[in-house]
Design a protein around this ligand. Structure first.
Ligand code: DC
Length: 216
């Protein structure tokens, strides 16, 4: 049975959307503009992927990945108004956008226990900070009670062009299909979210539109 989510002690702007829609850059800029903390939840799923690969655990082995995560110190913090991670005492940030992580992260993100653990950690941020949190399920699962929800989209062509301009190899269509079709917390537009197509907008233009449409 669904329980009613509790009221939030701080403000949360939830930013969801597919890969390379521009949501990370938009969320970071928006957080700076509002003076809120920026939380990148994709980095948390990538960090678990990094952990599994580092230990030789197959991303398809849900039980082994879950057991490894449960046994690992996985610290989530905030520095300079942005979320930070320490996994087994290491800051994994420099390793998280490599092709091996990107190719395996959707399998890791489909594991219900991994999602349960990470969603609980994501919810802890709101105890202390106003947040701009970006991901795939922020408005649907992590903070469905916030009224401030945006879903950022862009055409597949533009998203692929953005990734190659970043020099990042990413099978976007495949990853989107996995992220949108998984059983637990699939990517979808949250109830009440404003949908913004960033295909023909600059990043600043998208931030302006989020601010205006959410009345921030
Ligand atoms: O935003 P990103 O590309 O760094 O996210 C990496 C993967 O993590 C993405 O393919 C789906 C997953 N993810 C998720 O399932 N839920 C989130 N809230 C954030 C990311």
């Amino acid at each position: 049975m669904e329980t009613t989510p509790s009221p939030l002690p701080h403000k949360v702007v939830a930013i969801d959307g597919p890969a390379a829609s521009g949501k990370s850059t938009v969320a970071r800029l928006l957080a700076r503009r509002l003076g809120y903390v920026y939380v990148n939840t994709g980095a948390m799923y990538r960090a678990v992927t990094w952990l599994a690969l580092r230990h030789g655990v197959a991303p398809s082995d849900a039980a082994a990945v879950g057991a490894l995560l449960d046994a690992t110190p996985f610290e989530c913090g905030v520095a300079a108004n942005e979320s930070t991670l320490r996994v087994e005492g290491v800051d994994p940030a420099p390793f998280l956008n490599g092709p091996e992580i990107t190719a395996n992260v959707s399998a890791i993100a489909a594991i219900p226990h991994v999602r349960e653990v990470l969603v609980a950690r994501q919810r802890e941020f709101v105890l202390r900070h106003d947040l701009v949190m970006e991901g795939r399920d922020i408005g649907t699962v992590v903070f469905p009670q916030t009224r401030l929800k945006a879903y950022i989209d862009a055409s597949e062509e533009v998203r692929a062009a953005r990734r190659s301009a970043q020099g990042i190899r990413d099978n976007l269509a495949h990853r989107d299909k996995l992220d949108s079709s998984r059983a637990t917390a699939p990517l979808k537009v949250a109830d009440g979210a404003v949908v913004i197509d960033s295909t023909f907008l600059t990043i600043e233009g998208v931030v302006d539109e989020v601010v205006q449409r959410l009345g921030l």
